[in-house]
Design a protein around this ligand. Structure first.
Ligand SMILES: [Zn+2]
Length: 208
C-alpha cells in the first residue's frame, strides 16, 4: 500500500504456513502480534465446542456439510466472542502471554482524520478448489473458513479484503457480511482465461 510509513501499522498477522510465519515474525515492519492459526484467536471454550460439533467418522457428504453448517451458525450467533479487547493465545512473538486480537483506535485522536482498521485475508480455498474436490460445505477445512468469517463479520474492521479461489461461493461471504457491510466482488483479469485470477470483496461498514 503506497502510503507514508508513519501512516501504516501492521497490528496482527495470522498464518498456518511456517515460512509465512517466519517471514512476518522476522520482518522489521511485520505485525506486532503473530498468531499461528485462526483458532488461536478463539476462546478455548469455543474451540472445544467446535470440536464436539465436527463431523463423525464415516459421515457422508450431506452429514459433513450439516456439521459444518452447525459450526458456522454457532460461530456467527455469538459475535461477542470475537469483539475488540478479546485476547488470543499462542502469539509467536510473546509466547504464553495472551495478546489482543484486534487493534483498538485511540480514544482521543486529534483532528478529523480517524484511523481505518483494515483486514486483508486469504482464508482457506480448499473447499472450492480441485485439490479439495470442490466439496464446498462438506470439506473439512470449512471450520477454518467459518472461524475467520465470524471474526470479520463481527464488524470491528472498517474494510475487509478477501482473496480466494475462482470457484469460491460468493454467498458464503456475502450473506453474513451484508448485515453490516456493503459487499463487492471484484475479479482481476479475465474470468475465463486466467485460472489464477483473484476474487476480492471490499466491505464498508454502514452501521458503526
Ligand atoms: Zn503478541
Amino acid at each position: 500500500m503506497n502510503v507514508p510509513a508513519q501512516w501504516w501499522m501492521s497490528f496482527r498477522g495470522c498464518d498456518s504456513n511456517l515460512t509465512c510465519q517466519r517471514n512476518m515474525t522476522e520482518a522489521a515492519d511485520g505485525p506486532l502480534h503473530m498468531f499461528p492459526d485462526v483458532f488461536n484467536l478463539l476462546p478455548s471454550h469455543c474451540v472445544n465446542h467446535l470440536q464436539q460439533m465436527k463431523p463423525r467418522d464415516g459421515d457422508n457428504v450431506q452429514g459433513r456439510a450439516a456439521a459444518h453448517t452447525r459450526q458456522r451458525d454457532f460461530l456467527l450467533a455469538d459475535r461477542s466472542i470475537l469483539k475488540p479487547g478479546k485476547l488470543g493465545r499462542g502469539c509467536l512473538k510473546h509466547g504464553s502471554r495472551e495478546c489482543p486480537v484486534v487493534w483498538q483506535p485511540p480514544a482521543n485522536t486529534e483532528g478529523n482524520c480517524q484511523p481505518l482498521t483494515v483486514n486483508f485475508s486469504g482464508p482457506t480455498c480448499l473447499p472450492w478448489s480441485v485439490m479439495g474436490k470442490h466439496e464446498d460445505m462438506a470439506h473439512c477445512s470449512m471450520v477454518s473458513f467459518h472461524a475467520w468469517l465470524a471474526h470479520v463479520a463481527a464488524g470491528h474492521y472498517d474494510v475487509v479484503f478477501l482473496e480466494n479461489a475462482p470457484g469460491f461461493k460468493f454467498r458464503h461471504f456475502q450473506r453474513p457480511m451484508s448485515k453490516r457491510y456493503t459487499v463487492l466482488k471484484i475479479v482481476f483479469g479475465s474470468e475465463d482465461r486466467q485460472p489464477s485470477r483473484h476474487l476480492c470483496q471490499q466491505s464498508v461498514d454502514n452501521n458503526m
